[in-house]
Ligand binder design. Structure first.
Ligand code: SAJ
Length: 414
C-alpha cells in the first residue's frame, strides 16, 4: 500500500476514503474488528455528510481496504484518539501504540505523519519510540547536522475540519505541515498537495502541535466570554442576545453565541493540552474551560428552578447533541444537563432529539422519555431549548403559548 491510515474514526476514515478517491492505494487500520468489517463491506460506522458514498466508492474501486494489521506503506498517517486522562492530563497512549505498531513495518524512505491532536512534544516522543525499536534506522530529530542523513520522514499535520463538514473541509481548508526537519515537511506535503485545494503552510512539528491547540483554545475562550456575559446578564437583568447583537455592530467587536456549555471532543478538551504544557502561564485558557463547564451546571440549576415553579408540570428538553444538526452526543452539555435532570426528576423529563431513535443507556431506569416534538409540546408546561437543530426552528409563538420557556441558544428570538 502507498498509504496506511491508523485509526478509522471521525478523521481517519474520511481521510482514508478521500485519499483513495484521489488515486492513492490506501489501507485503513483499526483495532476494532467490527469497524474493519463494516468498512470492508463498503459501510460506515459514523454519521458524516458525504462519507457513506465516498467509502462505498473507494471500497468498490478497491483503492481502499481496511485491516486490523499495520501494513508496510510509503506513508503512515496516525489519526487515533488522544483523550483527556485523570486531572485533565492528555493521554497519548493510542498514539504511542500506533508508533509501536508502525516501527517493525517501516522501510527507509517512508514518511510518518501524526494528525491526532496532541500535547506539544508528542512528535518527538514518537521519534524516540521508533528510534528505540529500530536502531537500524536514522530517525530525524530537530537540529540534526545533516537532515539528508535521516532514513525516514516524520511530520505533525493537524486536522482542523468541522464535524458535519469534514469531507468538504478536508479538501478546502489550509493545512499546516510541521516537519521535524524541512525535508520531512516536504515529504509529507507530497501527500497533502495531492488533495488539498487550500494552501499548505510549512513549519516545524512543535509549532504545528501548538497551532492546533491554540485554534481550539481561541474558540473556547471566545465562547467562554459569551457564556460569562449570559450569566452576567441574568444577574443585572438584561437580554444577553440583544446586548450581543448590538455590540457586534461595532466594527471591531465580534462576540460568539452563548449556549448551555461547550461540547464536542475538541474544543472542550484541547485547551487542557495547552494548559498541561504550561500550567502556571495558561491562566486565561484554564479559566475559560472552567467558565464553559460551569455554564452547563448553571443551565441545569435554572431548569431545576423552573421545575420548582411548576411543581406538577413536565419539561420538554429540546436536543441532546453537542451542536445543531449533528447526531454526535460526545461531551455534549445538553446530554449532561438532561442526564442530571433525569436522575432527579425522572418522569417529569421529556426529551426531544430527532437525531436518535432511543435514549442513551445512561437514561435507563430514570423514567425520562424520548418523545416527538409534537408530543413534547403537548405534554410539557416548560420548554427548554438546549440545541438549535433546524427541526426546532419552525416553532411559532402559538406552539409555546402559556408555557415557561428557557432558550439557552437564543434560537426562538432569531
Ligand atoms: N458553541 C457555542 N457558541 C458558539 C459556537 C460554538 O456555544 O458561538 C459551542 C457548540 O454548540 C459546541 C461547541 O461550542 O457545543 C463546539 O462547536 P464548534 O462548532 O465550535 O466546534 P467543533 O468542536 O465541532 O469543531 C472544532 C473546530 N475548531 C474551530 O472552529 C477552531 C474545527 O475546525 C476543529 O477541526 C475541531 O474542533 C477539531 O477537530 O479540533
Amino acid at each position: 500500500h502507498q498509504v496506511a491510515v491508523i485509526g478509522l474514526g471521525y478523521i481517519g476514515l474520511p481521510t482514508a476514503a478521500l485519499l483513495a478517491s484521489y488515486g492513492w492505494s490506501v489501507c485503513g487500520v483499526d483495532v476494532s474488528q467490527s469497524v474493519v468489517d463494516t468498512v470492508n463491506a463498503g459501510g460506515v460506522h459514523i454519521e458524516e455528510r458525504d462519507l457513506d458514498r465516498l467509502v462505498h466508492d473507494a471500497i468498490t474501486a478497491q483503492t481502499l481496504v481496511a485491516s486490523t494489521e499495520v501494513p508496510t506503506a510509503s506513508f503512515y498517517m496516525i489519526a487515533v484518539p488522544t483523550p483527556l486522562g485523570a486531572d485533565n492530563a492528555p493521554d497519548i497512549t493510542y498514539v504511542e501504540a500506533a508508533a509501536r505498531a508502525i516501527a517493525p513495518k517501516i522501510l527507509p524512505g517512508a514518511c510518518v505523519i501524526i494528525e491526532s491532536t496532541s500535547p506539544v512534544g508528542t512528535t518527538e516522543k514518537v521519534a524516540a519510540i521508533i528510534s528505540a525499536l529500530r536502531p537500524d534506522l536514522v530517525v530525524p530529530h530537530d537540529g540534526m547536522d545533516d537532515e539528508d542523513d535521516a532514513d525516514i520522514a516524520l511530520a505533525y499535520c493537524p486536522e482542523r475540519v468541522l464535524p458535519g463538514r469534514i469531507v468538504n473541509e478536508l479538501v478546502h481548508n489550509d493545512r499546516v505541515i510541521g516537519g521535524v526537519t524541512p525535508a520531512c515537511a516536504e515529504r509529507a506535503a507530497v501527500l497533502y498537495t495531492s488533495f488539498v485545494k487550500g494552501d499548505c503552510l510549512y513549519t516545524t512539528a512543535r509549532v504545528a502541535e501548538t497551532v492546533k491547540l491554540v485554534e481550539n483554545s481561541f474558540r473556547d475562550v471566545n465562547i467562554a466570554f459569551a457564556n460569562e456575559l449570559s450569566m452576567i446578564a441574568d444577574v443585572i437583568g438584561v437580554d444577553v442576545w440583544e446586548v450581543i447583537r448590538l455590540a457586534n455592530r461595532h466594527p471591531r467587536v465580534n462576540i460568539l453565541q452563548p449556549g448551555p456549555g461547550v461540547g464536542g471532543h475538541c474544543i472542550a478538551v484541547d485547551p487542557w493540552f495547552l494548559v498541561a504544557g504550561a500550567p502556571s502561564a495558561a491562566r486565561l485558557v484554564r479559566t475559560a474551560r472552567e467558565v464553559n463547564d460551569h455554564k452547563a451546571v448553571h443551565t441545569q440549576n435554572k431548569v431545576r428552578a423552573l421545575l420548582e415553579a411548576a411543581p406538577e408540570g413536565k419539561v420538554a428538553l429540546l436536543g441532546l447533541a453537542f451542536k445543531p444538526d449533528i447526531d454526535d452526543f460526545r461531551e455534549s452539555p445538553a446530554l449532561e444537563i438532561a442526564h442530571g435532570l433525569a436522575h432527579t426528576h425522572g418522569d417529569r423529563i421529556l426529551i426531544v432529539e430527532p437525531f436518535t431513535d432511543e435514549l442513551p443507556g445512561a437514561f435507563d431506569g430514570t423514567g425520562a422519555a424520548l418523545v416527538t416534538l409534537d408530543a413534547g409540546l403537548r405534554q410539557a408546561e416548560i420548554v427548554v431549548v438546549l440545541v438549535d437543530h433546524t427541526a426546532f426552528k419552525h416553532l411559532a409563538p402559538q406552539d409555546l403559548a402559556g408555557k415557561l420557556v428557557f432558550d439557552t441558544r437564543g434560537m426562538l428570538r432569531r
